[in-house]
Design a protein around this ligand. Structure first.
Ligand SMILES: [Zn+2]
Length: 436
């Protein structure tokens, strides 16, 4: 009764597993890669843009074709649901996003959507019995690349469940007024109204109707590839902090003022940057990451000595005690002068490590084992919608190997075989969760 087609790996013939379709995954990858094709191997698909709407319509068309019921909430998140055998059972949802960064790749986000579709299509095709309704979901505006911030609509939907210092950044009215980075005038709220995808608030993801969430995503780093593993069993999203270091000097003419008397804020910042790298690397944590990726220089004119320089400092690690040690070093920059300039250290924001639900993680791990797919535990260094959902529902993630670790760029690539393996692992993990 339970199994219609047997899928047996590596002698584990007492375990019944199902396999997703490589051909169908290839077809989805090539179809969705056309929506926003920038002409050189990647896409630009801002949320609610005409390209994103094509992707949304394709999702709806394919999900309707297998008999899924479509619901759309008030911030354009789309839910496609196949009913289960128990009409009272809560839904198991698989979600990711279909928007991209500018000149992004064909896998970030959309792979999770295609994997969720693939799970539903496989369940439909093989007539796999399941008690709970199964939902494939598209989150709106995960990247925030046209209308900031990132993870906007999971922030709105999970608002009541978020820690206060995160929640305050996702007020509904503020999100609707978020301005396009292109024209600095049009708003997310206007784009939502125009999109034709503004649905009903009653369909929002909620613990009343949903039991578990899964998200499949590309790794966006080289760890799986370097280790020769295909799939990552993600156990957490790393805690992080983001600070600004500001340096104050004196501007003056670049040609007339003697060097020993200058207070060059850029030079000061460069000295502090070297100090940070030296001191933090001395801590000796090989899995600690940090960067100073965003800078502001004033007046930023080649004939002027800079009087102000500001750089971001983003650091991530699972253990808050490690982050505390890093932060102490960052803050110590305030205690000295750098090339005659003063330094101020200001907190931008931080988040604690978000651990995935242990039971769901174990379903993913067992599923990968039973499918004979090479896997390992891995942390997520990037933020994802699933981490906001995790404050609301038991949630977990599956990573698929990224070629050369590249992401948020056009060479971003995961093989169709790896993508299909990710969907297969999610399918079998969801079927384990279906027994709960
Ligand atoms: Zn993503």
């Amino acid at each position: 009764m339970k199994v219609l087609r047997r899928f047996v790996y590596k002698g584990k013939d007492d375990v019944q597993m199902y396999e997703c379709s490589l051909d169908r995954m290839k077809d989805k990858i090539s179809t969705f890669s056309k929506f926003g094709d920038a002409g050189h191997g990647g896409i630009t698909r801002y949320s609610l843009s005409p390209e994103a709407i094509m992707a949304r319509n394709e999702f709806i068309k394919r999900m309707k074709a297998i008999g899924a019921e479509i619901e759309i909430d008030d911030v354009a998140n789309i839910y496609a649901t196949l009913p289960g055998t128990d009409p009272d059972a809560k839904r198991i949802v698989m979600a990711s996003h279909c928007d991209s960064v500018k000149n992004g790749g064909n896998y970030d986000g959309i792979l999770g959507v295609m994997s969720a579709m693939e799970v539903l299509e496989t369940v439909h095709e093989k007539n796999i019995p399941h008690k709970h309704p199964l939902t494939a979901m598209i989150w709106t505006n995960e990247e925030g690349s046209l209308y900031p911030p990132a993870m906007m609509c999971s922030g709105i939907v999970c608002y009541d469940y978020l820690p206060e210092d995160i929640r305050c950044k996702f007020k509904y009215e503020d999100m609707m007024n978020s301005k396009s980075i292109l024209d600095n005038t049009s708003t997310f709220g206007e784009a939502l109204d125009k999109s034709g995808f503004k649905g009903d608030k009653k369909y929002r993801l909620s613990p009343d109707r949903y039991m578990y969430m899964f998200e499949t995503h590309i790794e966006q780093g080289p760890i799986l590839e370097d280790a020769g593993n295909d799939i990552g069993v993600v156990d957490c999203v790393l805690g992080m902090f983001n600070y600004r270091l500001k340096f104050y000097g004196q501007t003056t003419h670049a040609g007339t003022f003697p060097m020993p008397k200058r207070r060059d804020a850029f030079f000061a910042a460069s000295q502090a940057l070297c100090y940070l790298h030296e001191e933090i690397d001395k801590l000796g944590y090989s899995d600690l990451v940090y960067t100073t990726g965003e800078v502001v220089c004033h007046p930023c004119v080649h004939t002027c000595v800079p009087d102000f320089f500001d750089f971001s400092f983003d650091s991530r690690h699972e253990d808050p005690k490690v982050l505390e040690k890093v932060l102490a070093i960052v803050k110590s920059c305030e205690e000295k002068t750098w090339a005659g300039c003063t330094c101020k250290v200001e907190k931008a924001w931080n988040r604690d490590t978000v651990y995935w639900d242990k039971k769901l993680v174990s379903y993913v791990k067992t599923s990968a084992e039973e499918c004979g797919i090479k896997h390992q535990y891995i942390h997520s260094g990037a933020g994802h919608d699933a981490q906001f959902a995790a404050y609301m529902l038991p949630t977990t993630m599956i990573f698929v190997q990224s070629k050369d670790g590249l992401s948020h760029c056009e060479p971003e690539y995961s093989s169709p075989e790896h993508c299909t393996e990710g969907a297969t692992v999610m399918l079998n993990a969801v079927l384990k969760a279906d027994n709960d």
